[in-house]
Design a protein around this ligand. Structure first.
Ligand code: ATP
Ligand code: MG
Length: 214
């Protein structure tokens, strides 16, 4: 029986993937929040989970270091998806990719044709393509976190970030002015593994598909 490795990130993706794995008869034997182990055994001898950074999941699966993984559309868009088969939208970790600005900032005027906007974000590719499609010139500033601070500290005019409740924007006197895309997480599968380990992978993918909630 071939060994199956599943790449997951800690936090919401791990938590929300657990019931889907359970439907496939897979139960991780440790909790990554309390365990320091990066390789977590499951109840099945031939299935293990590796814990990686959310943005590293596509890379592990692309190179076949993991056969399966769960990654947000935000992460997949930035990665590009090379070498990945994406059979299922899991409908978990849902949020929206938005443009946000300080309350009172005249966004419509700032993005008139030919204008120039300073945008801070972790999602360079998403932001570049969004503003290019609008014909707005942007100076993109790459950040790794706490995007909300950038307009407040004078680093940028606007941010491109994930928003769920909007609580963090509100607490920092920012408003969402444009939705770029709806985000949820997808199952990703290594394309070569899908062929070579078909017998082991197909029942897992099928059971996960049957457990996805609308
Ligand atoms: P890290 O926290 O390690 O810097 P990250 O922020 O990308 O990385 P998570 O916060 O665990 O990691 O987010 C994982 C995925 O969950 C994201 O890629 C996105 O698809 C989704 N996500 C992010 N923030 C939210 C949110 N507030 N509500 C729902 N889903 C979210
Ligand atoms: Mg996060």
């Amino acid at each position: 029986m071939s060994t199956i490795t599943i790449a997951l990130s800690k936090g919401r993706i791990f938590e929300e993937t657990l019931p889907l794995l359970a439907a496939a008869g897979i139960v991780p034997q440790e909790d990554p929040e309390t365990s320091r182990k990066l390789i977590i055994p499951t109840n099945r001898d031939n299935v293990r989970v590796v814990i990686v950074r959310a943005s590293d999941v596509p890379t592990y699966v692309q190179y076949g270091a993991a056969d399966l993984g769960v990654a947000g559309k935000d992460v997949l868009f930035e990665h590009g998806g090379e070498g990945l088969y994406q059979p299922l939208d899991l409908n978990i970790a849902k949020c929206r990719m938005m443009v946000a600005v300080p309350a009172g900032f005249d966004y419509d005027n700032a993005v008139r044709q030919g204008a120039r906007l300073k945008v801070a974000t972790k999602y360079l590719k998403v932001a570049r393509e969004h503003f290019a499609a609008k014909g707005v010139h942007v100076d993109l500033i790459k950040l790794y976190g706490s995007m909300e601070l950038a307009p407040l500290a004078g680093l940028a005019d606007a941010i491109v970030d994930l928003v769920s409740s909007g609580g963090t924007l509100k607490a920092n006197n920012l408003v969402a002015v444009e939705e770029i895309m709806a985000i949820s997480s997808r199952l990703v599968v290594n394309q070569a593994a899908l062929k070579l380990k078909r017998e082991a992978l197909e029942p897992i993918i099928g059971a996960i598909a049957g457990a996805v909630k609308e």
